[in-house]
Design a protein around this ligand. Sequence first.
Ligand SMILES: [Zn+2]
Length: 387
Amino acid sequence: MRSGKPRLIRQLNDRSVFEAIEEMGLSSRAQLSRITGGSAPTMAKAVRRLRELGLLDEVGLSSPDGAGRPGRMFRIAKVSSQVIGVAIDCRFCQVTPAAIDGSYSREKVITIKTPTDYPSLLREVLKAIRHVADHGPKTLAMGIGIPGMVDSRDGKILLAPNLHCLDGRRIGFDIELETGIKSYVLHETLASCLAEQSYGLAKKREHLVLISVLEGYACSAVVGGQLLEGHDGMAGEMGHIPVDVNGALCGCGNRGCLETVATDQSLARRISERLGRKIEIEELIELVSSSKIDITAEIADTLNYLAIGVAGAVNTFNPELVLVATRMFDLAPNAFDDLISLVRQRSVRPLVNRCQIVRSAGDKLQGGVAAALRGLKNSLGPTMNWK
Ligand SMILES: [Zn+2]
């Protein structure tokens, strides 16, 4: 902890206290003083400011050490305020309220079919956001996951290969203008990666990669504890590496990108061609689980390409953990094991030997929530090592 008057020191203290409560859960000011090394008056001021901002709930009195006067207990807000998480996707958009600790309830999620033009999409998403904002406590921030490349400097969506109506739009700015709620926009997979590191399987991991092929092919990495965003916030577009130069046209304009051959959508497209009618991945899962169709060959091909992508990420980032999100694991009982052995064959051995590969739900909505909470925390002030 630091003491003194400058604004930066106050910001550092506020952020440290917030992070200490995140780490410890329910905490008293005395406990926080001990943990962070801050004086009692400094702690009282920081806790008061965080309470005023709506970031903490006060949850009664306690004497946790069994000695001394009972102290007020605080936790990261679950009832005093909320954030809104938004996941915009090619087929469906989802909006949810979430607590400041990142938790949200599936029952409160609003799902809408994604309109094909931007004005309708903005109107429908705004309607859901207003509903959530009007039916909960004060909304402190909003996080929006986008299936496309977002310029982190001005929030402009430069390219959404599977939802072109977003190209050139600044949806965070447009939503903020209409609602007055501070909005943070991130590529959906950067957001999901952030969520896994903040609340999920990769909690506190320093080197990880998330690959999601649920819709397009998206990859994002945390390197040295930091989300790898690149110069413009667009790092990780490994899905647009061409693996078949004469292959199908990709949404990015090239041919034969990984995205055209290694994703759930590419698998559904192949089966659609075989059946002569368009089917989505959900229907495909139904058909396979009721043994009405055999897709062994197509899954093997798709996993082969996915393994090239995963092995490329293992070789490039040297992660300790790779999370893979695909519905193919629901389509074939051995799909996960097959993928692992293919990745092992295709990666550089010392790298893959030290890397754990696990399934991820690739929760895009949790990604939107994580983007909101990261923005909120960064607005408190810079982080410092208070431990
Ligand atoms: Zn492409």
